[in-house]
Design a protein around this ligand. Sequence first.
Ligand SMILES: Nc1ncnc2c1ncn2[C@@H]1O[C@H](COP(=O)(O)OP(=O)(O)O)[C@@H](O)[C@H]1O
Ligand SMILES: [Mg+2]
Length: 490
Amino acid sequence: MSATIVIGADDRSGASVRIDVEELLATRLLVQGNSGSGKSHLLRRILEQSASVVQQVVIDPEGDFVSLAEPFGHVVVDGSAYDGTEIVKLAARIRQHRASVILALDGLELEAQMRCAAVFMNTLFDAPRDQWYPALVVVDEAQMFAPAAAGDVADDVRRLSLAAMTNLMCRGRKRGLAGIIATQRLAKLAKNVAAEASNFLMGRTFLDIDMARAADLLGMERRQAEQIRDLERGHFLALGPAICRRPVGVKIADVETRARNVVHGLMPMPNAAGEEMEALLMAEPLMFDPLPTPPEPEETAPESGELLEQIESSVPAAEQVEPPVEPSLFAAEETAADIAAILAEMAAEPDCTFQPAAQLYQDFTVRCRMQRLGQVGIDLAAFRRRFAMAVAGIPDDREPRWQAALKLAEGVADDLVAPFLVLAVAAVEGLPCPDDDRMAEIYGTRSPGRIRRLLDHLEKSGLIVVRTDYGGRRSIGIPGLGMTTAPVEA
Ligand SMILES: Nc1ncnc2c1ncn2[C@@H]1O[C@H](COP(=O)(O)OP(=O)(O)O)[C@@H](O)[C@H]1O
Ligand SMILES: [Mg+2]
C-alpha cells in the first residue's frame, strides 16, 4: 500500500516533489524556518493533500488551521471551551472514531495552551491497542510545547508538555501516531524531540546556532547547509526517506480550497465527517461518559535491537527537563538569541532602512512583547546600533568572529554604523566589496552621490581604505582589522 502527495516542485528541474505518506507515518517530519518562511503554508499543503488519505490531528496554537474544517471536514476543538476532563474524553473519542481534528489553542494563555495540548496528546497516546490507527499529528510552533530550556512557564507545565511531545515523537509510531512538527528556531526545540524525525524541510534560517543544528540533523557540512540562509519564502531544503534521498530544494505549491479525491492505499477514511463527526464527538453527555479504558499492558517484549535503540536514544527524564547550565544564565542566553532572531527578521524586511528609527523601535518592542521577552533593556539608542548591526548581517552581537569589527564600530557615528559594518563583514569574510546599490540600500538612500560622500568620509576618518586596481576593480581595506574585501568591478 502506498500513497504519495505532491508538496511542490524541485527548484532546479521543476519536477514534482512528493511525500510518501506511508513512509512519513513511520519516519516523521521536522520543519524549520524563521517566522514568515512559509512553515504553516507548507503544513497546510501537506494536510490538504493528505486529508482524504489519513487521519489528521492538528495542534494549532494560533488557530491558523480552523479554515480546513469547511472544505475538508475537520472538527474544530476550541481548547478554551473545555476543561481537562472534557479534553480527555474528546481526545479518546477522536481516537475511537478516527476523526480529523484541529485543536485550536488561540483562546488560551501560554501555560494553558501547553497543559491542554499535553492532556490531549497524552490521551491520544494512551488509546487502547485496538484503536492504534495511523494518524498524522501536526504540531505548529513546536518549540512552545517542547522548549529546549526553562523559560517563563511553571516547571510542572513545561515537564508535562515536554513529556507529551517526547511521547509523540519517540514512542508514538507504534501507536500509529506520526509527529509532524514545525519550529521557528531549532535551537529552542528540545533536542530529543527534534532528533526523532528522519524527514526534514528546512526553510530560511538566519541564526548561526539554528543553522548549526540544522546542519547536524541533515548530516551536512556547515558550509553546505549555508544555502538555507538565503532561501526565499515558500522554499525549503528537503531530505528524508519519505521525500528524497539527497537534499532537494523545493518550492512549496499553492494551497487548495477544496478536497481532492485521492483515496489510494492506506485505509479508507471513516464515513462520518464534518457535522456528523462533530455530533459523534460532542454527543451529550460528555460529563457522564465512562473514562477511556486504560492502555493494555504490552504483550510482546520489544526485540533486542529495538530495545537497545530505545535505551540509546532515551535521555533520563531528569536530564530532559533540567537546563544544562544555571537557569538564570540560560534564560539570559535564550533572550539574547530571541532578540537576535527578531533583529534578523526585521533587517530582512525590504526597505527597512528607509523607515524612521522610532517606528522601527516600536515594531521591535511589539515583537519582543509577542515573544513574551519581558524587559529586554534595549532603549532607542541601543536599538539603533543593534538594528544597524543586523542590517549589516550581524544580528547577534555576541558572535566571536565579529567582535573586533564591533569594537571599531563603537567610535562610528550612528548613521554610519551599518555601512561601515557591511564593509567590515565583507572584509572579514573575504567577500566581494559591496556595490553602490547594496551600500545605498544599507545606508537607506537612493542617491549615488551620497554613497560616494559616505565612502570619502569613512576613508578620511581612517576607518577604510578604498583601493582600485589596474583593472579598475574596487576593494576596500579595513586597517583596524588588517583585512580587505575581495575586489569587484567598480
Ligand atoms: N509556497 C508559498 N506560496 C505562496 N505563498 C506562500 C508560500 N509559503 C508561504 N506563503 C505566504 O507567506 C506568508 C507567510 O507564510 P507562513 O506559512 O504563515 O509562514 P510561517 O508559518 O513560517 O511564519 C503567508 O501569507 C503565506 O500565505
Ligand atoms: Mg506559522
